[in-house]
Design a binder for this molecule. Structure first.
Ligand SMILES: [Zn+2]
Ligand SMILES: [Zn+2]
Length: 417
């Protein structure tokens, strides 16, 4: 080998070694010092305990740490105490926040004070949603009812699947036969989401007289609207105004005709699917800007964020205990959840082709804890479905297309067939 050849090999070796060295350096720099559980996105705040903006960061970091436990690692590094870290992370100012994705790749860094809202917005902007980065299996599910539903078909409400009391029965004449509902409220929910022309529809409907159980045309009935011990509306139909007045004297409430009743029943609507609902049963939804609306179920309440494309605040009740669950969204993600242990039940039902789909609004709910959810499922032997996180429940709504949102519960599912 001549001199030129040898020099060439040496140069080539030097180049290779240099490239490997640079690549290694780069890898270390971009990944940041490794973290024990780098399976989730990570936020590192580099600061010191005596710098003022750093001190302002401390409670924010604590909140994020608690709220996103298991979904985002939040670390604070004091660079005055650990000057080496300043070099390792290559920072110029304190505080500096560095955002890493679940694989440890640096996505973004920010210098100075950074509010919680800005941090959460930035994660969304960076395309990091905390739910997708972890694949925790559902901790609870039941796809076989715990009891066989032995009720006859005509004893089950077409809309809510509840028992039908013959004294509050509402019957709608439909092409394929009678559709039976547990009471006037379920009738109005169904009526509110009819997609067909409603002209003359009421002539197909009859209600049971609460005293005799006899069938009365809806358009001729009088109604007694009252409240039960918990303050929830109750509604009874009577064949005559006299009968309704007599009942009113005995138990209180207001006697009203169909027109006024219909107005009352249709005055509160779900902000997602447009179903009629009672505020006592529904989740309250406050849309950014101050508009108040309702979610006929907790999943519908989350759907309002998808429908209006704005941040929302939901006030819902645990289905077992009635304890409050408060959810706030930010750019289509969950910004806060109170209590942080709250979970959702996704009620599902098997279709004749074997696949599973949503069991509908009556079979969904939020719970303050997994234990409450499990208790509720045990108390409701026919419920089937699974526990999902509220993050997942929101994500499922956010991913709907505008067409799917438009059709929400107006796909004729609730119409009598
Ligand atoms: Zn019903
Ligand atoms: Zn709804």
């Amino acid at each position: 080998m001549n001199k030129m050849g040898k020099t060439g090999i040496v140069i080539a070796l030097v180049v290779v070694v240099t490239i490997v060295f640079i690549a290694k350096q780069k890898k270390t720099a971009s990944e940041g010092p490794s973290n024990s559980s780098q399976m989730v996105p990570r936020l590192v705040d580099l600061g010191a305990d005596k710098c003022i903006p750093c001190k302002m960061m401390a409670p924010i970091l604590e909140e994020l740490k608690a709220q996103y436990a298991g979904r985002m690692d939040v670390d604070f590094i004091d660079v005055w105490e650990n000057p080496d870290e300043k070099v390792k992370y290559n920072i110029k100012l304190i505080p500096t926040q560095i955002f890493y994705d679940a694989s440890g790749k640096e996505l973004f860094r920010h210098e100075g004070f950074y509010s919680k809202e800005d941090i959460l917005r930035k994660w969304v902007e960076l395309g990091v949603t905390f739910e997708e980065t972890i694949s925790k299996p559902p901790v609870f599910e039941r796809f076989e009812p715990s009891e066989v539903d032995a009720r006859l078909k005509d004893q089950i409400c077409y809309l809510c699947d509840g028992d039908i009391d013959p004294k509050t029965l509402v019957t709608v004449k439909a092409e394929k036969g009678d559709v039976r509902l547990c009471g006037p409220h379920c009738y109005f929910i169904m009526y509110s989401c009819l997609t067909e022309d409603k002209t003359g529809f009421e002539n197909k409907v009859s209600v049971a007289d609460f005293t005799s159980g006899e069938s009365v045309p809806l358009t001729q009935a009088m109604f007694l609207a009252g409240a039960d011990k918990q303050g929830r509306p109750v509604l009874y139909a009577y064949a005559t105004a006299d009968a309704a007045n007599q009942a009113q004297q005995a138990s209180g409430g207001n006697v009203i005709g169909l027109k006024a009743l219909k107005q009352n029943e249709l005055s509160h609507r779900c902000g997602f699917c447009d179903r009629a609902c009672y505020p006592q049963d529904a989740a309250e939804v406050i849309v950014e800007g101050g508009i108040h609306t309702w979610g006929c179920c907790s999943h519908c309440a989350l759907g309002v964020a998808a429908r209006v494309g704005k941040d929302i605040e939901i006030h819902e009740k645990d289905r077992l205990t009635g304890d409050p669950v408060v959810v706030k969204t930010l750019n289509g993600s969950i910004a806060s959840l109170e209590p942080s242990t709250a979970v959702a039940w996704f009620g599902q039902r098997q279709k004749p082709d074997g696949s599973w789909s949503s069991a509908g609004c009556f079979h969904q709910g939020f719970f303050t804890s997994t234990e409450n959810l499990e208790k509720w499922v045990q108390q409701n032997p026919y419920e089937t479905g699974k526990l999902i996180s509220i993050h997942q429940a929101l994500a499922d709504k956010i991913k709907l297309s505008p067409e799917q949102i438009q059709k929400a519960c107006k796909i004729g599912e609730c119409s009598p067939k």
